[in-house]
Design a protein around this ligand. Structure first.
Ligand code: AHR
Length: 498
């Protein structure tokens, strides 16, 4: 392996925007083994008195999730929330059509709120715009947020939960542009229904923030026209536009291009940001709508149909080194686009499309767990506009791309600086100068690195620590500069103190 030279310039006065803590959110759907056997598993020796997995809760705390989207997903569009509240023995057992599974309804809205409280996470609820009505959406807001004294709030109290939950974030439907969605609508139909639903929901509780369903990905035939039409109809009733995207190297089998996926993510945000600006101007509005990337993840092909089982093992494929480097870039893009991107939820948090896998008495952590953990814990304050001077790497899909992918933050309250770097080259190490153009920090608080020579290497139940982040020795900057050795195919996270 040979090496090249790069420079990264940081100035705490050259900022992009304040980083929204909600960028470090998760998504938990009634799909496969996410809720059942992931979050909630009364049969596990690791479950607490409420049936919640204590080991999973501990990992969620380590990951410092700020917000959790629930209950779906495609599941949402056929879900009657009344099935999941009240005495458990009276809840219906149903055929769940989105994932062809059996839904026992033993976990529902109140169990989710209890889980969020224990995990220290804010709930982000979603209302059904497929089979659901605008009335059932508004009723759920009353059930969750209204003081007692009226029907739905009193029903909540009769279920044992007198105090309102004051849920702030509400998704108005899920992926309604997708023909796969139960109750899929065309853009005009959805826009009108979503506007009326949000109107009623905000009449129930004017303090809530609503999230309208945008494009399911940048390959939809209706992208980005769907987003324009939906926003033009709903602008003043909505606070965020939901966008989704999944990707993997499965179909390409082209690791250099895969390791340059930040380009796709940035293009997606830039297009959506343009649509937001266009609609704001066209509607002559003073109101702002931001982006909520509330489903994102590497998703490898796997089993997606439940064959009418309870908690079938759907989409449970582990993640390897190259996947972790893609996740790290996704997170870098979140910081670099933090002026418009204010919420993001990784899909999903356990078992399904996840870097955490459970068995009844154990937990396996995959590679991509680490970049999320480091960024959610370290990236505070302002995102910095980093200047990068690096050689390029050739890719078939994106042409020449910089060999490094970088983001950084500075917290004016603590003086801490964090830097996150992917070396996407498969062959070249980078001897990289980190140049502090404003006051250089005096101390290195944390320095972690993950790297390897095989992009397909990952962790398994038999070898759970094959690829993990390792602490590395980094000296404090001298004369404003610090030189790092970044191996090929590596991820590095650094935290500095003033
Ligand atoms: O996260 C898995 C599924 O992906 C969700 O249910 C759906 O919204 C998306 O298509």
């Amino acid at each position: 392996m040979t090496s090249q030279n790069s420079k990264i310039y940081l100035d705490v006065h050259r900022t992009i925007a304040e980083i929204s803590p909600l960028l470090f959110g998760g998504f938990a759907e009634h799909m496969g083994r996410c809720i059942y056997e992931g979050i909630y598993d009364p049969a596990s020796p690791l479950a607490d008195e409420d049936g919640l997995r204590t080991d999973v809760l501990a990992k969620f705390k380590e990951q410092a999730y700020t917000v959790m989207r629930y209950p779906g997903g495609n599941f949402l569009s056929g879900y009657n929330w009344l099935d999941g509240v009240g005495p458990k023995e009276q809840r219906p057992r149903r055929r769940e059509l989105a994932w062809q599974s059996i839904e026992t309804n033993q976990f529902g809205t109140n169990e989710f709120m209890n889980f969020c409280r224990k995990a220290g996470i804010d709930p982000m609820m979603a209302v059904n715009m497929g089979t659901g009505t605008i009335q059932s959406a508004a009723d759920l807001v009353e059930y969750c947020n209204a003081p007692t004294g009226t029907y739905w709030a009193d029903l909540r109290a009769s279920h044992g939960y007198k105090d309102p939950y004051n849920v702030k974030y509400w998704c108005v439907g899920n992926e309604m542009d997708g023909p796969w969605q139960i109750g899929h609508l065309d853009m005009n139909e959805y826009a009108t229904k979503a506007r009326e639903a949000a109107k009623m929901m905000k009449w129930q509780d004017p303090s809530i923030k609503t999230i309208v369903t945008g494009s399911s990905n940048d390959r939809m035939p209706t992208y980005p026209e769907w987003d324009r039409v939906v926003l033009e109809t709903t602008w003043d009733k909505m606070d965020y536009l939901s966008i989704h995207m999944y990707d993997s190297n499965h179909h390409m089998q082209d690791t250099p291009s895969y390791l340059a996926l930040a380009r796709r993510f940035e293009d997606f945000v830039d297009t959506m940001s343009g649509v937001l600006r266009y609609v704001k101007a066209k509607t002559r509005s003073n109101h702002d709508v931001y982006l909520s990337w509330d489903e994102w993840q590497v998703w490898h092909p796997g089993q997606h149909e439940g064959n009418w089982q309870e908690a079938p093992p759907l989409a449970e494929v582990g993640y390897n080194l190259e996947d972790a480097l893609v996740v790290a870039q996704w997170l870098n893009v979140f910081l670099r686009k933090s002026d418009v991107l204010k919420i993001a939820c990784v899909a999903q948090v356990v078992n399904i499309i996840s870097w955490l896998h459970t068995k009844r008495d154990g937990l396996l952590v995959h590679t991509s767990f680490y970049p999320f953990k480091f960024m959610s814990n370290m990236a505070k304050g302002n995102a910095l506009d980093v200047v990068l001077r690096a050689p390029t790497t050739a890719t078939t899909r994106f042409g020449d791309v910089p060999t490094l992918d970088v983001s950084a933050s500075h917290d004016p309250a603590t003086g801490k600086i964090a830097v996150f770097i992917v070396n996407r080259s498969m062959t070249e190490a980078q001897v990289t100068d980190l140049v502090f153009q404003s006051d250089a920090p005096a101390q290195v608080l944390q320095a972690w690195q993950m790297s390897g020579t095989d992009p397909k290497a990952g962790n398994t139940w038999d070898n759970p620590n094959a690829i993990v982040a390792q602490p590395i020795k980094v000296n404090a900057p001298k004369d404003g500069t610090l030189t790092l050795n970044l191996p090929a195919m590596s991820y590095t996270a650094l935290e500095f103190g003033a």
